[in-house]
Design a protein around this ligand. Sequence first.
Ligand SMILES: [Zn+2]
Length: 351
Amino acid sequence: MNKAELLQLLRDPDICKEIFEIVKKGGKPVVETPKFTSIGDKLKHMYPNAVATQQQPQSAQPTSTPSTPKLVVDPAKIPPSKPEEPQSFSSIADKLKFLRGHVHKVEEERLAAEVAAQLTEAARPAVKKFTVVTSKHCPICERSFRVIKPKMRLNVEKRDLDYCVHYKDFDPYLYTIFACEHCGFAAEEKKFSSAIPNKTKGILREFLTENDMSLPFIEDRTVEDALNFFELAILFSELTDQSKGRQAMLKQNAAWLCRCEGLHDREHEFMKQAAEDFAVALDNERWPINGITLEMAMYLCAATHFMLNDYDKATLWIGKIMNKSTLRTSAPKLFEQARDMWQDIKRATKE
Ligand SMILES: [Zn+2]
């Protein structure tokens, strides 16, 4: 079925509504997250539909991928598919191809949902009310690409111990990761503003060219879109700077997104990974990283362990901060927050 035939089909309000409901259900992430032994296992669990799509015969598709995504909607692909047999990734290239395939599939589903929503006059998410599309320079392909940013000061609802901010009406963590629609490079905003060594640029250019990594521009990101971009950013870090500190912050940001969106199992998984990476980076890497000081990272490490109910490790890290004699004068607010957490840990361990 081509797009024109689909549009004809969607003129029937009943069919349209039904497809819209299926797409909405099919696009939902799997919430229950078991323990994973590798990122490949995690991705298979997170994106079962993408695995199913990858395993379908490609006879009707050209062998080469076009530079811009081809958004042809096939209703046969719309109903949610069952998770397939586990698929292992033999290389980082395979992982990236898998992620890219999923991003394109999600975009197809989103397009179908949009068409259905327009024809049934269903209200679209009011996300555009809060965002603006602007442009950014990509240091890898040297072209301008579109990014989405909050266009106004957002109303804060509350702040958590680990600095996660809950906003009213809109979740800006959906747009933490910038993704170049031309070459496919994805990273946090700071990475696009800071200098990237020529050697790293060379590695990324070669890799992105070999894997044809152009990504669709998605203005209204779903949680799945945003988590895919987080995974891409983490993989690019693994491929280049291998900074556990940076990866810890990316994983912590992904956990914040999951928390704000109510995906608590996945939040927990990202927090555990972030806590482990923080601990490794605090012992082995030079700080500051991405503007986060050593003391701030210690606090985040302690807070993350505390929120995971790992009081021993939380005590260990908060103790290291409190032992820094200059913290009270150099960073008084952080000192107070660390002292408060120390009290919270003591209270929690007495209960
Ligand atoms: Zn680029």
